[in-house]
Design a protein around this ligand. Structure first.
Ligand SMILES: Cc1ncc(COP(=O)(O)O)c(C=O)c1O
Length: 385
């Protein structure tokens, strides 16, 4: 098959063989613990499921949603942005529903970059940034996230020749996979960087609601100057355990929202309106339901940090997200460790290198299972360390 240059520039998925190994060892009777994908074994809010049931037979929800989708959803999102962040946005011009935030994150570069234009991509990072910029024909400029820089993209160290050509800066805090969070002055510096270089700040806020011990991440739109340069992506996936429902939204600068809207007009016709109606129910359950869900993740985090430390790993306690980002045993490559973890311990972890070369030296576990299972996984992996 002859493929395009852009397609050819996409990195291979490094662990293609793992599924096969899992099938084989499960068939042999191994009790596999899957801490790989950030997809918790937890239910969505009951009101969400109930609302979907109510509208499933209503043919008004079976029609095309188109880009703007259900007006009630955009209004509910605008209300929530106001309550949660004190940010006032127009539900028509400043909000766009998405079929999961990933599709918006990956489609936006089609409006912003072409040959010679740069998208700054954190490494390690969520692969939709790299994929979107590459498929749109832009040039991804990967920047290492390092512990010494608190896993922030060091904006002052990006060469001038790159900043001049930068059209997109992707940031994601609370961060997947490093779990890092960003202070206000960092966001202000990023807004200034974008304003000076004519770039767009894309803030991926998939973990905005999973903060622990009172930590509440802010929206970049709360900060001065953000309205001129920023678009923020939100997701129902982790906040409401709705990964498979595929629902998210973009919010921010109206020109950016209009541009993404236009791109999407050519590639999709909107998500199912019944799921958008269920999204309204999710947002309405936020105040009461989300704190309990976060408490579940917090209990899991505490148990996992203790268990992994006991097992000999240098696990740190994250302030946010549903992950631990842990150094692999001395001298081992992350993929080799992940392979051993599955074959010898029956535990699936995500090797850091699968999210970019900058993730080498680490593995990620997701808090997908209850405390006892996390403890069991840590114990088994401790025997490998
Ligand atoms: C950093 C980050 N952004 C975006 C997403 C995608 O979320 P969605 O399910 O809304 O596409 C994820 C999901 O894992 C993520 O980790």
């Amino acid at each position: 098959m002859r493929t395009s240059e852009r397609f050819g520039a996409l990195p291979a998925y490094p662990l293609a063989g793992m599924k096969e190994v899992r099938r084989r060892i499960e068939a042999e009777g191994v009790d596999v613990i899957d801490l790989g994908t950030g997809d918790a074994q937890l239910d969505p809010p009951p009101a969400v499921v109930e609302r979907l049931r109510e509208v499933a037979g209503d043919m008004r929800y079976s029609r095309y949603g188109f880009q703007s989708g259900l007006p009630e959803l955009r209004e509910a999102i605008a209300r929530w942005m106001q309550i949660r962040f004190g940010v006032h946005v127009d539900p028509v011009t400043e909000i766009l529903p998405l079929i999961g935030s990933k599709e918006g994150i990956a489609h936006l570069p089609f409006a912003l970059v072409g040959p010679g234009d740069v998208g700054i991509v954190p490494d390690p990072g969520y692969q939709a940034y790299l994929g979107g910029v590459t498929l749109a024909g832009g040039e991804p400029h990967l920047v290492r996230l390092e512990r010494e820089n608190d896993f922030l993209v060091p904006l002052d160290r990006i060469p001038g020749a790159v900043t001049k050509r930068t059209r997109i800066l992707y940031l994601n805090y609370p961060n997947n996979p490093t779990t890092a969070t960003a202070p206000d002055d960092y966001y202000l510096a990023a807004i200034d960087f974008c304003a000076r270089n004519g770039a767009v700040l894309v803030h991926d806020h998939a973990y905005s609601e999973i903060g622990f011990a009172g930590y509440r991440p802010r929206s970049v739109l709360e900060l001065d100057g953000a309205r001129d340069v920023a678009i923020e992506f939100h997701s129902f996936s982790k906040t409401y355990n709705m990964t498979g429902w595929r629902l998210g939204w973009a919010v921010g600068n109206p020109q950016l929202i209009a541009a993404l809207n236009k791109v999407k007009t050519f590639v999709d016709t909107g998500g199912y309106l019944g799921i958008q109606a269920a999204g309204v129910a999710a947002l309405e359950s936020w105040r009461e339901w989300v704190p309990r869900n976060v408490a579940t993740f917090q209990r899991r985090r505490d148990a996992a940090v203790r268990a992994f430390q006991r097992a000999g790993f240098a696990a740190e306690c994250p302030k946010a997200t549903m992950y631990l980002w842990i150094p692999v045993p001395e001298g081992e490559r992350s993929e080799a460790f992940a392979q051993r973890a599955l074959e010898r311990a029956g535990v699936i972890v995500l090797p850091g290198a699968s999210l970019g070369k900058g993730g080498e030296g680490y593995f990620r576990i997701a808090l997908t299972v209850p405390e006892a299972r996390l403890e069991e996984a840590a114990g088994r992996l401790g025997e490998l360390a």
